[in-house]
Ligand binder design. Structure first.
Ligand code: ZN
Length: 260
């Protein structure tokens, strides 16, 4: 089921410090870069400290709307990174129940509480380095939604879609995209039945609209392990997996991380 992402290594070599930093992936809007070779280095991206593992692993993320440049400070010495802009589609979705598009006051309160709970989980900064092994597809199926699209629901503009949607029949097995620890197993208004896994250094994967959850909070899972089944819970027009990848509070594009 699971294949490793090909390790294209278009590394940006930083002249100082003497040891070069390298990462997998290309610096673009929405990119998560998995880096190595920084053992002992102090890193900060756009002023925020970046955790470096004893083996030198680190991650950098650029949000959907990141500007054209980022500043990576290496041992206090700033280096500029060009962040390539991307074009984002507009996606129209119609036929949603009006209450799903414009929730009532009680539902808004529930949504607020759920957002906070999710923010706490996504803010976890664990020392695990599971992310360094790369990611595999959590499910196979038709890609029915891509990262970054501006969404128009029943004609009303809403938040961009910050995940990858994979459509398939209810019950399609969902696998852990990477080894990690279950930090959230819950049922939310928009996301329906939902799982979040922590892969270390603030890297999370999120699996939403599940019909069934096979794991519990606190549990360790291995890469490719079955963790849930595809469903149509929460705000959906049909059964699919909403698969998100985030680095702390920034949702990133899962697709470049997955095998082609
Ligand atoms: Zn989605």
């Amino acid at each position: 089921m699971r294949r490793r992402a090909a390790l294209a290594l278009p590394a940006l070599l930083l002249a100082r410090p003497a040891r070069a930093l390298q990462w997998r992936g290309t610096a673009t809007q929405g990119a998560l870069l998995i880096g190595q070779g920084a053992a002992g280095a102090r890193l900060a991206l756009d002023g925020q400290p970046v955790r470096v593992s004893p083996e030198g692993y680190f991650v950098l993320g650029f949000g959907r709307d990141h500007g054209p440049r980022a500043t990576l400070a290496v041992n206090g010495s700033p280096q500029l990174i060009e962040v390539a802009p991307r074009h984002w589609d507009t996606q129209h979705i119609t036929g949603l129940p009006p209450a799903q598009v414009t929730p009532d006051a009680a539902t808004l309160e529930r949504i607020r509480v759920e957002r906070e709970r999710l923010a706490v989980v996504r803010g976890i900064d664990s020392a695990a380095t599971d992310f360094a092994s790369g990611f595999g597809w959590p499910a196979r199926g038709r890609i029915s939604g891509i990262y970054g699209s501006q969404r128009i629901l029943n004609g009303q503009p809403r938040q961009p879609h910050l995940a990858l949607d994979v459509a398939g029949p209810v019950g399609t097995p969902i696998h852990a995209a990477c080894a990690g620890r279950v930090t959230l197993a819950a049922e939310f208004h928009f996301f329906g039945r939902l799982l979040v896994l922590d892969h270390g250094h603030g890297v999370n994967t999120l699996y939403a609209h599940l019909s069934a959850i096979d794991v519990r909070e606190g549990q360790r899972v291995s890469a490719g392990e079955r963790i849930a089944a595809m469903g149509a819970t929460g705000r959906v027009t049909g059964p699919h997996l909403h698969f998100g990848v985030s680095w702390f509070r920034t949702f990133l594009d899962p697709q470049p991380l997955l095998p082609g």
